[in-house]
Design a protein around this ligand. Structure first.
Ligand SMILES: [Zn+2]
Length: 372
């Protein structure tokens, strides 16, 4: 899986590979971008390009652009690639720690490692912060020459450092060894100490156009039909990773509920269907995500109705149900949409006060009827 498979941000990728080619790769790199923008995917690709045993650009079998690439087949590439599914490796590491004796568990910090010279440092639960013992482990190993790779690679997958951990990291960045590279992945680089930022080089992964995501999904998710791909592309906020892991089924289920509620409010009359939907919103912790999902959907549909009301149909995100939305938009007016949005704010406040969820939702929908 060479660099050509990385979606978007071609200039950034080009610059990073050029620095590899010139042997000028910085010792510390901050990769920043939204959740799902490809920071981790890119860091692992660079780790492979640094350590591939048959660099395709030099042997002429690939890398047609003459810049460093990786084969994806050699023992370094394949072992590093085993870390690609970070969620799965992270869950395994957490489980392994759970199975330790009490005393050992307290002293064990989380790491993901599928290659002896490439260490991935995730935020340590339950606080989900990078802890000082994790950075200490980095310091203990980073000054040894790599065993099977050319370059030792460390990937911190979060910028949430405990204070002491950040200070320890700073010491490494002041005197990094020749043969090591540290990647810091950050959704918001402002979370990192200014002194860490000034010792690193920052690269940003910007949001992609939805048309670009849509066309990649056509290759990568043939199980979705074109309307579904268009919808997911618009909902993933420019992040390819979000698009690929998008849970379309739960989205559509929550949206159907939201549609029933809004249509009931617009049509008035029979409430059977409305009550059937709202009674599934129960109290308790598990129900929380479900209702939050519903509220997000209601907001998103209201936003689309707002776009239609103001003649900006091209901004509508729920494109797969455009016809339905247009009909609803004709039945509503701008003031109604505004009132509905206010009503949702009321439901949210009720949630915080632990009001019965089904009743709050009924009240929301029926209150909108009177004046519609
Ligand atoms: Zn390789």
């Amino acid at each position: 899986m060479p660099f050509s498979e990385f979606v978007g941000n071609p200039e950034t990728i080009h610059r990073l590979r050029e620095m590899l080619a010139r042997n000028r790769f910085p010792h510390a790199v901050i990769l920043c971008g939204a959740h799902g923008s490809g920071k981790y995917t890119l860091a692992l690709m660079l780790a492979r390009a640094m350590n591939c045993l048959e660099q395709s650009c030099t042997d002429g079998t690939g890398g047609t652009d003459g810049l460093p690439d990786f084969c994806g087949r050699c023992s370094n590439c394949t072992r590093i690639a085993q870390a690609e599914d970070l969620d799965a490796r992270f869950a395994e590491a957490v489980e392994a720690r759970e199975n330790l004796r009490d005393t050992d568990r307290k002293e064990t910090r989380l790491f993901v490692q599928t290659h002896p010279d490439v260490l991935i440092i995730p935020p340590d639960p339950p606080q989900l912060m990078i802890k000082v013992d994790q950075v200490r482990h980095v310091i203990e190993t980073i000054y040894y020459r790599p065993a099977e790779a050319r370059e030792r690679v460390y990937i911190f997958t979060s910028s949430a450092f405990m204070k002491e951990a950040a200070n320890s990291l700073l010491k490494v960045l002041e005197e990094p060894p020749e043969f090591a590279t540290i990647f810091l992945l950050a959704e918001n680089p402002g979370e990192l100490l200014p002194t860490i930022r000034s010792r690193s080089m920052t690269f940003s992964l910007g949001a992609l156009a939805f048309t670009e995501i849509e066309s990649r999904l056509a290759q990568l998710r043939p199980d979705w039909n074109p309307r579904q791909r268009a919808l997911v592309a618009r909902l993933s906020e420019g992040a390819m990773g979000r698009a690929l892991s998008f849970d379309l089924e739960s989205y559509v289920a929550a949206r159907n509920h939201a549609l029933v509620m809004l249509k009931s409010a617009l049509g008035a009359g029979d409430h059977t269907e409305l009550f059937k939907v709202t009674e599934t919103y129960r109290s308790g912790a598990e129900g929380r995500e479900k209702i939050e999902n519903l509220l997000r959907n209601l907001y998103s549909l209201l936003e689309d109705l707002m776009f239609l009301q103001s003649g900006a149909a091209r901004l509508v995100r729920n494109t797969d149900i455009l016809g339905e939305l247009k009909k609803m938009s004709e039945a509503a007016n701008f003031a109604w949409v505004q009132r509905a949005a206010d009503g949702l704010g009321e439901v949210e406040r009720g949630l915080r006060r632990n009001l019965l969820r089904s009743l709050s939702l009924d009240a929301f929908a029926t209150a909108l009827e009177r004046v519609s």
